[in-house]
Design a protein around this ligand. Structure first.
Ligand code: C2E
Ligand code: CA
Length: 553
């Protein structure tokens, strides 16, 4: 990487020419006896004081020579300074300032050279490793940016210390590239493991131990791409595949990964279009009182049928909308529509609405929700917002502010999926929740699993102690309903009472509900039903909605 520095001394050829010319001039003048001629000439015209004129000319030419020599030395110094400055600018443009490693621009130049030299060669020459650190954000949060920078410098040093590398570069925040001549390593995957071990070894930061993970994608060139840049893009694809499969590992690029990437790109563009065109709509799952089966309200659950007719589950498109920055628009559309639908229900029924984890980092979320309520003309007291514990962890101060804004406006709060995440008592102490929703994983198995049974009892007792209602998710069997009712759980939802249904079906249900019945059982036609799942118990009593005309939604 070191650039050649050219010499600032006068070139030897120049000096030789000057000396030769001087010797030649001396020889000619000596051979014609020029000095004697000059003396004769001066004596002949003594009255003109030519000797003084010649002396003056000699003095002037000597001082002129010294001046010219000094000017030349000065301009050479100037030129050297400019050359060094230009060299520095070129270096800066091609390197990362923090780690002093080559950057993307350097990589492009390297790629051009590799393309030129790889022409006509079929066997792979280079192995390209794309690295992305896992958990770097936490290091920054914990040790500050100075600690983060130190970690990046340590990683750079460790990578530079690896034998056989052709180039080590930093391509952005926590992304690095390592290029190796394949002939110099035993095999591509084991060298990937060597890189992984080097990066993930613990290090000391601020006299504390720190450690990051690393996802590494590998591609070879030529072989995994027609050009070096395409091959490095493919190494990037492999790196993303590592991230998706749980992070911290090494994967070699394979063509199937490209298909996955293509499908993801298509899903991203379909989702963007669906959100903009309001094609994601709320369906409603009944929430009932476990004591008497009466209908208490509905949870709005987002439903999306893609253009080709496939139903994409919220577990796929909600995180994607989060990633693409579409969640605010999606959620606002959903909430507005849900409030308009819920306005048609009897006034004692409430609407439960989910927030995603990233939404709780949006400082003005509380205001957005209150504004949507105002537009739809739906009372805040009938809205209950579901938040998960992971949403409270990321930016606790912002989350606290949002929840306070909502509560001040009269909105109720529910802690969703309790038991599946941190299950922190601190969260229950910190915020005033109106409801705890026990995660459906507990409900699935609590009848045969003593420990889970005890945990549900403990959560219900905790709720009772704190005067927070408890609700069970995913009730599919009558025995589960009875068990939960015995434990004293207040509310519940699940396929036993009904799956999420279109707004028209929900409206019919609100009009025909029978609070005095043991359990209100409804089975709407639901295209989202996962038929591979366990069968839900059949209703024991005749279904009140068997006569209901089929819905087309
Ligand atoms: P969640 O809030 O825990 O919602 C409950 C999930 O359990 C729903 O899945 C519901 O259909 C499913 N479920 C309810 N009863 C049963 C049952 O008896 N058996 C089984 N097997 N499943 C049952 P869904 O609709 O696929 O939603 C999944 C998750 O997606 C939701 O989990 C929620 O976190 C998220 N989500 C759904 N709609 C929205 C939305 O509009 N906004 C946000 N931010 N997240 C949403
Ligand atoms: Ca929920």
């Amino acid at each position: 990487m070191g650039e050649n520095r050219s010499s600032t001394k006068p070139p030897i050829v120049e000096v030789a020419i000057f000396v030769t010319l001087a010797v030649l001039a001396w020889y000619i003048l000596a051979s014609v006896e020029a000095f004697e001629m000059l003396v004769e000439f001066v004596e002949q015209y003594e009255e003109y004081d030519l000797d003084e004129v010649i002396l003056a000319l000699m003095c002037m030419s000597t001082s002129g020579f010294v001046y010219a020599w000094r000017r030349r030395a000065e301009s050479l110094r100037e030129l050297e300074k400019r050359r060094l400055a230009e060299e520095r600018i070129t270096w800066l443009a091609r390197h990362d300032l923090l780690t002093e490693l080559p950057n993307r621009r350097y990589l492009r130049e390297f790629a051009d050279k590799a393309d030129a030299s790889a022409h006509n060669r079929a066997i792979p020459t280079y192995a390209i490793y794309m690295l992305d650190l896992d958990g770097f954000k936490q290091i920054n949060d914990l040790h500050g940016h100075v600690g983060g920078d130190e970690l990046l410098n340590n990683v750079a040093k460790r990578l530079k210390g690896l034998a056989a590398t052709e180039m080590v570069g930093r391509l952005g925040g926590d992304e690095f590239i390592v290029i190796v001549d394949i002939g110099c390593i035993p095999d591509v995957m084991s060298f990937g493991e060597t890189i992984l071990n080097a990066v993930t070894r613990p290090m000391r930061l601020d006299s504390m131990h720190a450690q990051v993970g690393c996802s590494i994608g590998v591609a070879c060139f030529p072989g995994d791409g027609d050009t070096f840049i395409l091959a490095s893009d493919n190494a990037d694809t492999a790196m993303y595949a590592v991230k998706k499969s749980g992070r911290n590992g090494v994967m070699r690029f394979d063509k199937k990964m490209q298909n996955t990437l293509f499908e993801r790109a298509k899903l991203e563009s379909d989702l963007t279009e669906a959100v903009h065109n309001h094609n994601i709509i709320p369906f409603y799952q009944p929430i009932v009182s476990l004591a008497d089966g009466s209908l208490l309200g509905f949870e709005a659950l987002a439903r999306w049928t893609n253009k080709d007719g496939t139903q994409i589950p919220p577990s796929t498109f909600i995180p994607l909308a989060d990633e693409l920055g579409l969640i605010t628009e999606l959620s606002e559309n959903m909430l507005y529509q849900a409030c308009r639908d819920a306005k048609e229900w009897p006034k004692d029924l409430m609407l439960s609405f989910n927030l995603s984890v990233t939404q709780l980092s949006d400082k003005v979320l509380g205001l957005r929700i209150v504004r949507a309520l105002g537009h739809a003309g739906f009372p805040a007291s009938r809205l209950e917002i579901d938040v998960t514990e992971s949403g409270l962890i990321n930016e606790p101060e912002t989350a606290k502010q949002i929840l306070m804004d909502l509560q001040n406006a009269g909105v109720r709060l529910s802690l969703d999926d309790f038991g599946s995440g941190y299950s922190s008592l601190a969260h229950l102490a910190h915020y005033k929740f109106d409801r705890i929703k026990i995660d459906q994983a507990f409900i699935e198995s609590f009848e045969d699993d003593k420990k889970r049974n005890q945990i549900i009892r403990a959560i219900v007792a905790l709720g009772n102690g704190l005067e927070i209602a408890t609700s069970a998710e995913g009730i599919e069997h009558r025995s589960q309903l009875e068990g939960l009712r015995d434990i004293g759980c207040h509310q519940g939802q699940g396929h036993l009472f009904g799956e999420a249904m279109p707004a028209t079906d929900a409206l019919v249900l609100t009009q025909t509900r029978c609070p005095e019945r043991d359990v209100t059982i409804i089975k709407p036609i639901n295209p989202y039903r996962d038929e591979t799942r366990n069968q839900v118990d059949n209703p024991i009593k005749p279904e009140p909605y068997a006569e209901k005309p089929k819905q087309t939604g």
